[in-house]
Ligand binder design. Structure first.
Ligand SMILES: [Zn+2]
Length: 338
């Protein structure tokens, strides 16, 4: 029987629906297992060390965020072709193939609000079953990590809207664990120096793997979402290069941490949409990280008024069109590492 393989192109094979039962195969240097639609585990056949780092790269959690999907696909294809060496255990996930096929952010429900068990509240959404599957596969991957190995998860996105800071990371709530300066330095090597330190649990994939799998996990927002073929991949060169170095264990010595090179923010509060009367007093095309002048009414919802305070607050992820009960934006402010 011919060994099954998504080569020569993992993305095209996934979009074409080439997935049936669990399939394992190997190349000269790699052991591979296609675990589910768009989910591929890759490890060196003859690891040089017992405690290889475990890296999860997920992308396409939002199906229309195509540039990071193309970046990750290029890396996978080079690994499969043997032109990029692998010196860690890698799990690659193309998060929402159904939405990717239709060029949509999601089919039934925003998948990045369905992790950490939130999928159980939306059983009707097709993304719920998928989120549960991705949780299980991520947990299996990290729980099998050798003692002493690093567990890393980068969930790659692009944003709906423009941003004052083109690239930024969300460091999910760490449940009280210290923020890792070396991770911020790695992000800097990937061209990301704006970081939101989240202050409470959320239903995102990165919080799931941070909370349940104790991975150093990040949601990376790497630019603006565009359709397949419309991306200027040169704008994604830094992350592409940094990921390739990470996977081949060739990350150069990173400089000492210097707070002045980073713009760190913490979430102050969510703009919650309590009712259909919610009104956001920001332009439809307002960019992420737009400053909110002191005293400005950011949003109103019946008797509730959200008013900017202090002059250093900024808006993140404004979206008044979300369903009632959901977050319509985050008000953030500058912070330092503790
Ligand atoms: Zn996204």
């Amino acid at each position: 029987m011919t060994p099954f393989s998504p080569a020569p192109d993992f993305l095209q094979a996934t979009l074409a629906g080439h997935f049936g039962q669990t399939r394992q195969w190997h190349t000269d240097t790699l052991q591979l297992e296609w675990l589910d639609e768009g989910v591929l585990a890759i490890a060196p056949r003859q690891p040089l060390a017992a405690n290889l780092d475990c890296v999860l790269l997920s992308t396409g959690i939002h199906g229309n965020e195509t540039a990071p999907i193309e970046v990750v696909n290029g890396i996978v294809n080079d690994l499969l072709a043997g032109t990029l060496p692998l010196r860690c255990k890698l799990l690659v996930m193309l998060g929402n193939p159904a939405a990717m096929r239709s060029g949509a952010r999601f089919v039934d429900y925003d998948m990045n609000r369905l992790f950490n068990g939130a999928h159980r509240q939306q059983p009707q959404a097709q993304e719920s079953a998928r989120a549960a599957t991705l949780e299980r596969l991520a947990a299996d991957f990290f729980h099998a990590a050798p003692a002493g190995s690093h567990r890393l998860h980068y969930d790659l996105h692009t944003a709906i809207r423009g941003s004052v800071f083109e690239k930024f990371a969300i460091y999910p709530y760490t449940d009280g664990r210290a923020h890792q300066r070396e991770q911020l330095l790695w992000l800097e090597s990937a061209g990301v120096t704006t970081v939101l330190l989240h202050s409470k649990p959320s239903a995102t994939f990165s919080y799931y793997s941070s909370h349940h799998c104790h991975a150093a996990a990040f949601t990376l927002e790497l630019g603006k979402a565009r359709p397949f073929g419309d991306n200027d991949l040169s704008r994604f060169g830094d992350i592409d290069r940094a990921l390739r170095l990470l996977l081949s264990a060739a990350t150069p010595a990173l400089p000492a941490y210097d707070a002045s090179r980073f713009a760190l923010f913490s979430a102050k509060y969510d703009l919650l949409k309590h009712s259909e009367h919610f009104v956001l007093h920001l332009a439809d095309n307002v960019e992420n990280f737009t400053p909110l002048p002191h005293g400005m009414t950011i949003a109103e919802d019946g008797a509730i008024r959200y008013v900017a305070d202090g002059g250093e607050e900024r808006i993140l992820f404004p979206n008044p069109k979300v369903d009632v009960g959901l977050r319509a934006g985050i008000v953030i402010s500058p912070c330092q590492l503790g």
